[in-house]
Write a protein that binds this ligand. Structure first.
Ligand code: PHE
Length: 452
């Protein structure tokens, strides 16, 4: 950290693409649609969109500015500005450790689906309950998980991220076009209109505080916020790159992919599964259950299925790589180990957490807390507890410790700050108040103390 020369992104485009590469992943394609289905469709979408341009914008600007100002990653940036607040870096460090293992378990399922399509399994995959039967097995899901985490590890160790970055620059546009085609196809099916309406038209009677809680959790997750990743990315950003415009573009990209994924998946639940409430609530399996049915009804289903899941593998891989890099560099900084040692330690830790998480869908499913299995618990703790805590403390840190000016000045180094007033208002009032409300309500709701 001391005298190491910090590499930086080549310019605005480089920065935007790298940040978008981290942001776009399973969160957009797998997590967003099932939350939208579960939390009332249109009302969730509307809440989410409003939050992206207000809340998400504010937090992303804040994190990137802290990173660019200090030139340090999360761990160092908070400590660099104020020694007493270095604990924030520690919270930021725990979050990716909780997310990466289960993220990779799900990515393993994606790899399995790709493999099955590639060998002509479109019909088998479209059978009712296929995913449930697959993930309940003790061995095979672990095999795919280990394969995925192993590939991530190998890439991080070999340092071939650049190649992956290049690849995803090609794959991402294809993914978007493919999603668009599939979404249009789904929306043209008889019965889809009902689903499109559910997804696009807000029904205000379905609104509750839990809609906001879920939408904010998703926002953190999808935009890679509240875990220090954007602080690190900001530290690589050149001083003359327009920060506000970059954030707008990352948001557009990230939200666009999520929106399309929803448009693909939510209406297909109506067409292929009748849109029952039970189906809408299904959660983790939604994408794996409905898309194969859509593909089977299309011509060349195996090809389309294989192509789609291959793209998703890439989207997921760019995210797992950035998560593993982050964890590794934290381990390295904290322990002073060599990069190789830190890498192996990280890898072992991921296996240690990931294997039981995978088993949590089958043999270990008896371990549950209020209906959550191990994956659900990790997801809930990271997204609904730790991230709001970190966002709350970051806001307090900015407003009362280093001063809002620090961030505002940093943004103004490269451009006018058009949404400055909005930023000041949100970071000062909205973030602290809403984070407290969210923390309290998500805990009360999840543990069934009160239903909100
Ligand atoms: N934002 C990624 C997604 O939506 C997940 C992620 C979070 C990746 C943090 C890297 C870092 O899938």
């Amino acid at each position: 950290m001391e005298n190491k020369k910090r590499s930086s992104f080549t310019g605005k485009l480089g920065f935007v693409l790298a940040a978008a590469g981290s942001a776009v992943g399973l969160g957009n394609i797998w997590r967003f649609p099932y939350l939208a289905a579960k939390y009332g469709g249109g009302i969730f979408l509307l809440t989410y969109l409003v939050l992206v341009v207000t809340f998400g914008f504010t937090l992303m600007i804040a994190e990137i500015a802290l990173g660019r100002k200090t030139g340090l990653s999360a761990i160092g940036a908070f400590a660099g500005l104020n020694k007493k607040w270095k604990g924030l870096g520690a919270i930021a460090a725990i979050i990716p450790v909780m997310i990466l293992p289960y993220y990779t378990v799900i990515a393993g399922w994606i790899a399995k689906y790709f493999f099955e399509y590639a060998r002509g399994g479109a019909e088998v995959l479209a059978q009712d309950g296929y995913l449930d039967r697959f993930i309940a097995q003790p061995v095979e899901p672990i095999f795919w998980f280990v394969l995925f985490i192993g590939a991530t590890f190998a890439i991080v160790m070999a340092g071939v991220n650049k190649g992956i970055e290049q690849c995803s620059k090609v794959m991402m546009p294809i993914l978007i076009v493919l999603s668009l085609v599939i979404a249009v196809y789904v929306c043209c099916q008889p019965g889809a209109l009902e689903g499109v309406k559910y997804y696009l038209m807000p029904d205000f009677s379905k609104f509750s505080i839990m809609t906001v809680v879920a939408a904010i959790g998703q926002l953190f997750y999808s935009m890679s916020l509240a875990m220090g990743i954007m602080v690190t990315y900001g530290s690589y950003m050149k001083k003359d790159v327009n920060m506000e415009a970059s954030v707008g573009q990352i948001e557009l990209f990230d939200t666009g992919v999520a929106f399309l994924a929803g448009l693909m998946i939510v209406p297909s639940v109506y067409v292929f599964s009748g849109g029952s409430a039970e189906k809408m609530n299904q959660g983790t399996g939604l994408m794996f259950d409905t898309l194969p049915k859509v593909f089977l009804s299309m011509p060349m289903s195996n090809l389309i299925g294989a192509a789609f899941f291959l793209m998703v593998i890439f989207a997921a891989l760019t995210s797992t790589i950035s998560l593993m890099e982050t964890i590794m560099s934290i381990v390295q900084d904290k322990t002073g180990m060599s990069r190789a040692k830190a890498g192996w330690l990280t890898f072992a830790l991921m296996l240690l957490i990931g294997v039981p998480t995978s088993l949590g869908f089958g043999p270990l499913s008896f371990i549950s807390l209020n209906g959550m299995n191990l994956q659900g618990m990790l997801d809930f703790t990271a997204n609904s507890i730790l991230m709001p805590i970190l966002a709350l403390l970051t806001a307090i840190f900015i407003v009362w410790v280093v001063g809002v000016e620090t961030v505002v000045d940093e943004v103004k180094l490269s451009s006018r700050f058009k949404k400055e007033k909005l930023f000041r208002f949100i970071i000062k009032y909205i973030v602290p108040v809403s984070m407290v409300i969210i923390l309290v309500s998500s805990i009360l709701d999840t543990f069934g103390i009160v239903s909100i």
